[in-house]
Design a protein around this ligand. Structure first.
Ligand SMILES: [Zn+2]
Ligand SMILES: [Zn+2]
Length: 478
């Protein structure tokens, strides 16, 4: 499947049913390196983003180098022009066989992988050189031209430097090897059946939200049959399912598991509304009396660019609730096709896009109600020196709404530094709803930075929650 460039900016949306849409849908998105495109079809998935840009416009490239979760996991192979393995079923040509996924990047049968290797050579640096430079102040830092035979990534300037760094590299080598094979698999040309998702939940089956295994099993994701498939799927579903796991009555975030009494109050308020949706006896009654849940995703980037039907997986967890998801942020494109600000994905789910800072646009969304409104910030990087000033006015407004806010981090250090920044900037003004903890619905995939293969990130690795402090009013009765 090749992507005609003329259609790279179009995205066809329709109300989506059960499985993967039969039509090809494409979306284009701005990124640090220009417009990249994505498509989604029955058998193939393509979602290209360049290294994720920082959450705030105007951030230097140095700052942008830090945040690198990208949704580059979903790729279609380019069947033309690559000397690949021929054969395979279906119309797609199989470029890589599933029992032969490992290839050193420079020798990969897939062009994109070879290009990735070149990018790392260009932008990366040899860690042995770097440590020698910093200790002696004299040696020059060389580019990583030597490919580790075990993971296939260009990791060091030479075999000698690779050997002397072997102990450190061993911490990452296995994960890099896994990433190598995963990325070849996604681009292999095979039919990616794991992305054929189930539709509405059977009423008699209770969803178990303990972890990915039980979730996928009780939601009948029958095509996710291997750890590799699970990693692929988790990387995109981490966004809607993390939201669902917070809101759902069988949430894994409970008292005794990090949820504070204040957190329980906030979630109970939201679940009261969800219960009301359930109790509305007819569509008409629902329309007449019910306010939809409003889920705000602030600092939205990649999350806003996911194919909209993915968010139906949140809808299926709260099947009676009308849900509006608002993607807000300076880097949020108006919608995947850059023209519409609202996409009705189903009769119960709408996605809305607002490009701009939440604190500047707050009047578009006010008033706020803790019973219907919840905020998510996916790996916001609040503590990052350049991000902090951008986030401060937003968080100030968030605290005023008294609505629940849940945020995630790439790894423990990332999460805890954001938590500390919040504590430093808003001491006494906020209540913790959920203590920082690993997220059972984190992506199962490790992403590595092109500039530094020793830096890794996991989308939504950890999660925590907070909201503006409520002061008990001690006024006298009049
Ligand atoms: Zn070196
Ligand atoms: Zn290695």
């Amino acid at each position: 499947m090749s992507l005609p460039s003329s259609s790279a900016r179009s995205l066809e949306m329709r109300s989506l049913s059960a499985s993967m849409p039969t039509d090809e849908r494409m979306l284009s998105m701005p990124s640090a390196d220009g417009v990249v495109s994505a498509s989604w079809s029955r058998s193939q998935t393509l979602l290209r983003t360049a290294t994720a840009a920082p959450r705030f416009a105007g951030v230097s490239r140095a700052a942008s180098a830090r945040r690198f979760i990208s949704l580059k996991s979903l790729f279609a192979p380019s069947p033309k022009g690559d000397g690949g393995v021929s054969g395979g079923s279906g119309q797609q040509r199989l470029l890589v066989k599933s029992d032969d996924l490992f290839h050193p990047l420079s020798k990969s049968p897939i062009k994109e992988m070879r290009e990735k290797g070149l990018l790392i050579q260009e932008h990366g640096s040899c860690p042995t050189c770097v440590s020698e430079t910093s200790s002696s102040g004299t040696a020059a830092t060389r580019e990583p031209m030597f490919e580790c035979p075990d993971c296939g990534y260009p990791t060091h300037c030479s075999e000698t430097h690779w050997v002397s760094d072997k102990q450190h590299h061993a911490e990452h080598c296995g994960y890099l090897r896994e990433a190598n094979e995963d990325e070849h698999d996604l681009r292999s040309g095979r039919t990616l059946r794991e992305f054929e998702f189930p539709s509405a939940q059977l009423p008699e089956v209770v969803v178990n939200l303990s972890d990915w295994d039980t979730f996928l099993y009780t939601r009948s994701f029958t095509n996710v049959e291997s750890d590799r498939s699970m990693r692929h799927v988790s990387k995109v579903l981490t966004y809607p399912i993390t939201m669902g796991a917070v809101l759902h009555q069988y949430s894994p975030f409970a008292l005794g598991a990090g949820l504070t009494p204040e957190g329980l109050k906030s979630l109970t308020a939201l679940r009261t509304t969800i219960k009301e949706h359930e109790l509305a006896r007819s569509e008409k009654e629902l329309e007449m009396q019910v306010t939809p849940l409003r889920v705000f995703v602030l600092g939205a980037r990649a999350e806003a660019m996911l194919p909209p039907h993915l968010y139906l997986q949140l809808s299926y967890l709260l099947p009676h609730s009308p849900i509006n998801i608002y993607f807000v942020g300076p880097e949020c494109i108006p919608s995947p096709d850059e023209t519409r600000s609202t996409i009705a994905v189903s009769s119960r789910l709408a996605l809305k896009y607002h490009k701009g800072y939440f604190h500047d646009a707050i009047w578009n969304f006010a008033p706020f109600d803790p019973y219907t409104d919840i905020f998510f910030m996916f790996s916001p990087g609040i503590a990052h020196p350049r991000g902090r000033d951008g986030w401060r006015p937003t968080v100030e407004k968030l605290l005023e709404t008294k609505c629940a806010v849940f945020a995630t981090g790439f790894h423990e250090k990332d999460m805890l530094s954001d938590v500390k920044a919040l504590e430093d900037d808003f001491a006494g003004k906020m209540d913790w709803l959920l203590q920082p903890q690993p997220n059972p619905f984190a992506s199962l995939k490790r992403d590595f930075g092109i500039r530094n293969l020793r830096e890794w990130a996991i989308a939504n690795w950890g999660i925590y929650g907070f909201r503006g402090k409520r002061y008990e009013v001690q006024g006298k009765k009049s």
